[in-house]
Write a protein that binds this ligand. Sequence first.
Ligand SMILES: Cc1cc2nc3c(=O)[nH]c(=O)nc-3n(C[C@H](O)[C@H](O)[C@H](O)COP(=O)(O)O)c2cc1C
Length: 215
Amino acid sequence: MSTLGKVALGMMGRLRPKPTVGDATHAITLPVPLRIGGMSLFEALANRRSERAFARDALPPEVLSQLLWCACGRNRDDGGRTAPSALNAQEIDVYAALPDGAYRYDADAHRLEPVAPADVRRVTGYQDFVDDAPLDLVYVADHARMRMVPAAQRETYAAIAAGAIAQNVYLVAAATGLATVLRAWIDRDAIADALGLTHDQHVIVSQTVGLRPHA
Ligand SMILES: Cc1cc2nc3c(=O)[nH]c(=O)nc-3n(C[C@H](O)[C@H](O)[C@H](O)COP(=O)(O)O)c2cc1C
């Protein structure tokens, strides 16, 4: 759908998901991610950039697995993650909009849990490429987990935590040859509706990931 069309539908509160062609009623168990190897951190930083053109190809399971683990996966026996979180509230949930449905990443189980049997990708942003790229991530803060954080700080802390996750995604994308872009130009109400979020859950930003277009 064109950006203009989406903006118009968004203004009317009618930006909605597409019916899915697949079966998004089951959890997706992800392969074990690599913890060693890959491009050096310095090289990944040298390559990091935003890109806005994507091939439609699905991401292979091991690529999706590595991406989500790098984003905010569990990296220690005490439940710690690859991204920091103020007071260890772990208030950010990463949702994955895939062609066959929308899922929430369960970092402890390293699994994708189904949340909506619909193709939510086009709802995750006004830019046209989000509709057909193979993966749109949505970072959502659950304020119910932030009761120990002073109320005035909750949005700031959650935005910082989401930013750390987004940078992890930028770096793993740079290290594995994927294109990605973080996006704040989104319809937060439409996304919340499509993902079935509660009043405590606030959409912060989205991020598209995929292979670069074929030459
Ligand atoms: C908070 C935030 C929101 C952004 N929102 C968008 C967006 O809605 N659409 C987009 O195409 N790029 C978005 N970007 C990407 C920036 O445009 C991009 O980072 C900037 O142009 C610098 O380019 P670089 O990432 O390649 O260094 C956003 C970046 C940040 C940090």
